[in-house]
Design a protein around this ligand. Structure first.
Ligand code: HEM
Length: 519
C-alpha cells in the first residue's frame, strides 16, 4: 500500500513538472510567434505602413505561392515583373511602391520607390545596415558569417580585409584562367557543332564554365578537385533552395525535414573539404600560388609585412569568405552572360556592333591583351542594359539596426527590408515608355542609363555594402563575350521557352537553347 502511494507520488511530481515546462514553452512560443509579431504589426501600422493582411503562421506566403505558377511562353517580352513576381506586382496596385508583407511571422518592408530608398539610405552608414536574421540563419551553410551576411564591426573588418583582393592588379592574375576555361568550353562547342548539332544549352554551359572559373579564382583549384568542390557547393545550394519555401514560418524546417538534414550533412562535408584546402594552402610555401587567387590574396593579407602570421581572418572566417565568393560570384556572373546572349541573339545588329568593336579594340583575340578590355565601351553598355532588364540579383535585402525617419514615416529598428530591383528596373516612371525595350545606348553617356533616379538602377546594390566583386564580373564578362562573339553567331532556338524565374537568382527556368554557328 505504502509502495503504491509512493510510486503515484513519484509519477505525480514529474507529470506536473512536465506540464509546467510545456506551459512555459507554449507561453514562450506564443510570445515570440504571436504576441511579438502582432506588436510589430501594430507598431508598423502606427508608423504609417500598410499592406496585405497576414495570417498566422504563414503570413502572406500562401498567397505568394498561389500567385506564382512559373509561366513560360514562346513570345519573348522583357516586361517581366508581373511574370517573376506576380504577388508584388498585384500588391503594388493596392498599396503603392512601399508596403509591408509577411514571410511567416517576419514582417518585410517592400520598397520599389527609388526616392524613398534614397532618403532612407542617406541616413544610414554602411556598417549600420544589418541582414534579415531569418536569411542569415537559413543561408548559414552557404555564407556562414561571410561578407554578404556580416554585420556591424565584423562587417567593417571583413570588408577592409577583402576589398583589396579585388583590385584590378590582383584580378589581372586571374585573367589567364578565365581565358583557359572559356577556350575549353569553345572547344566542346566546336566538337558538338562539327557533329551537326547546332543547338547548345548556353545557360548550362556558361554556368559550368563560370563555376570552374570561380573555383580557380577563389581557391586556386581546377581539374577534378575543382569539379568536386563545384558539384558539392552547387548541390548544397540546390538542396537549401528546396528547403526554404517557408522562411519565417515557425518550425519551417519541419516542412522539409529530410531535405534540411540532407543540406546540413552536405554543408558539413563542404566545410570539411574546403577547410582541408585552406589548411593545405596555409601550410604551403608556394608564394606564386598565393598571388593568383582570392584565397591567396586573403592569406597574404593575413601576414604582416615581415611575413609573420597576423591572424587577420581565422580559418573559419576564411572558409566563410571562400564560400561567399563562390555563391556570391559564380551564378550571378554566369547569368549576366547568359541573359546577354539571349538579348544578342534577339538583336543581331548589336551582335554585329560588338563584333566590330572587338575587332577594332582587341584585334587578334588569339593573344588576348587584358589591358585592352577596358576600351570595349559598347560591350559595357550592353552589359549594363542586360543587368537592367534581367538583374541576376533580383532583390536586395537589408535590416535596419536603428529607427530611420523617411519623411513622415518611421521605419523602426529591426525592420527587414526587401528592395525589389526587378520592379524598379522595369518601371516606366523611372525609365520612360521604352523601359521594357533593349536599348544599350541609354548607357552611352550615363552610368545610370538616363534613369531619373540613380537609386532606380541597382544591379550591384547600393552604398558601402554594394557588391565587392563586380570588377571580377566585368573582367570575366568581357573575356567570355569577346572570345565567344569572335568565334560564333547566336540565334534563338525554336525550342526556347521564355520563362524568367526567381530562384534566389533570376534565371531562365528552361535554360537557354541557342542555335550556335561558327562565324
Ligand atoms: C553579375 C554579377 C554580380 C551581381 C549582379 C552581384 C550582385 C550583388 C548584390 C545585389 C549585392 C548586395 C549589395 C547590397 O546589399 O547593396 C552583392 C554583394 C556582394 N557580392 Fe556580388 N554580384 C555579382 C558578382 C559578384 C562576384 C563575382 C563576387 C565575388 C567573387 C561577389 C561577391 C559579393 C560579396 C562578398 C557581397 C557582399 C558585400 C557586402 O555586403 O559588403 N559578387 N552582390
Amino acid at each position: 500500500m505504502k509502495f503504491v502511494a509512493l510510486s503515484s507520488q513519484i509519477l505525480f511530481v514529474p507529470t506536473s513538472i512536465i506540464l509546467a515546462i510545456c506551459l512555459c514553452l507554449l507561453t514562450i512560443l506564443i510570445y515570440f510567434w504571436w504576441v511579438l509579431p502582432n506588436h510589430k504589426l501594430v507598431k508598423l501600422k502606427k508608423c504609417g505602413f500598410h499592406g496585405p493582411t497576414p495570417s498566422f503562421p504563414f503570413g502572406n506566403i500562401k498567397e505568394m505561392k498561389r500567385n506564382s505558377s512559373f509561366s513560360s511562353s514562346f513570345d519573348i517580352t522583357h516586361n517581366i515583373h508581373s511574370i517573376t513576381s506576380p504577388y508584388y506586382y498585384s500588391w503594388q496596385k493596392y498599396f503603392g511602391k512601399v508596403f509591408i508583407y509577411w514571410l511567416g511571422t517576419e514582417p518585410f518592408l517592400y520598397i520599389a520607390d527609388p526616392e524613398f530608398l534614397k532618403i532612407m539610405s542617406s541616413k544610414v552608414l554602411a556598417k549600420k545596415w544589418g541582414k534579415p536574421s531569418v536569411f542569415r540563419k537559413d543561408r548559414e551553410p552557404m555564407f556562414g558569417n561571410g561578407l554578404v551576411m556580416a554585420e556591424g564591426t565584423a562587417w567593417v573588418h571583413h570588408r577592409h580585409v577583402i576589398a583589396p583582393t579585388f583590385t584590378p592588379l590582383n584580378l589581372k592574375t586571374m585573367a589567364s584562367m578565365m581565358v583557359y576555361s572559356t577556350r575549353k568550353m569553345i572547344k566542346r562547342w566546336d566538337t558538338q557543332i562539327n557533329s551537326g548539332n547546332l543547338e547548345i544549352d548556353v545557360e548550362k554551359e556558361i554556368v559550368a564554365t563560370a563555376g570552374e572559373i570561380i573555383a580557380k579564382a577563389s581557391f586556386g583549384i581546377g581539374g577534378e578537385n575543382g569539379k568536386l568542390v563545384f558539384d558539392q557547393l552547387r548541390t548544397l545550394q540546390m538542396t537549401l533552395f528546396k528547403t526554404n519555401g517557408y522562411v519565417g514560418v515557425p518550425f519551417e524546417k519541419l516542412f522539409n525535414f529530410k531535405k534540411t538534414l540532407e543540406a546540413k550533412k552536405i554543408g558539413e562535408e563542404v566545410d570539411k573539404l574546403m577547410l582541408s584546402i585552406i589548411e593545405d594552402r596555409m601550410n604551403s610555401n608556394d608564394k606564386k600560388q598565393h598571388e593568383q587567387d582570392l584565397l591567396g590574396h586573403l592569406l597574404k593579407g593575413n601576414h604582416d609585412i615581415d611575413g609573420n602570421l597576423n591572424k587577420t581572418l581565422t580559418k573559419k572566417e576564411l572558409l566563410d569568405e571562400c564560400k561567399t565568393f563562390f555563391f556570391g560570384g559564380y551564378e550571378t556572373t554566369s547569368l549576366s552572360i547568359t541573359w546577354t546572349l539571349l538579348l544578342l541573339a534577339l538583336h543581331q545588329d548589336w551582335q554585329n556592333q560588338l563584333r566590330d568593336e572587338i575587332k577594332q579594340v582587341i584585334g587578334n583575340v588569339e593573344e588576348l591583351d587584358i589591358n585592352l578590355l577596358a576600351n570595349l565601351k559598347k560591350m559595357k553598355w550592353v552589359m549594363s542594359e542586360a543587368l537592367r532588364l534581367y538583374p541576376p540579383s533580383p532583390n536586395v535585402q537589408r535590416q535596419t539596426m536603428e529607427d530611420i525617419q523617411v519623411n513622415n514615416l518611421k521605419v523602426p529598428k529591426g525592420t527587414n527590408i526587401w528592395i525589389d530591383v526587378v520592379a524598379m528596373h522595369h518601371d516606366v516612371t523611372i525609365w520612360g515608355n521604352d523601359a521594357n525595350k533593349f536599348k544599350p545606348e541609354r548607357f552611352m553617356n550615363d552610368a545610370n542609363g538616363e534613369s531619373n533616379n540613380k537609386m532606380g538602377y541597382l544591379p550591384f546594390g547600393f552604398g558601402g555594402r554594394a557588391c565587392v566583386g563586380r570588377n571580377l564580373t566585368f573582367m570575366e564578362y568581357k573575356i567570355v563575350l569577346t572570345l565567344l562573339l569572335s568565334k560564333f553567331n547566336f540565334k534563338i532556338s525554336p525550342s526556347y521557352h521564355h520563362s524568367p524565374t526567381i530562384m534566389l537568382s533570376l534565371r531562365p527556368n528552361h535554360g537557354l537553347p541557342l542555335i550556335v554557328q561558327p562565324f
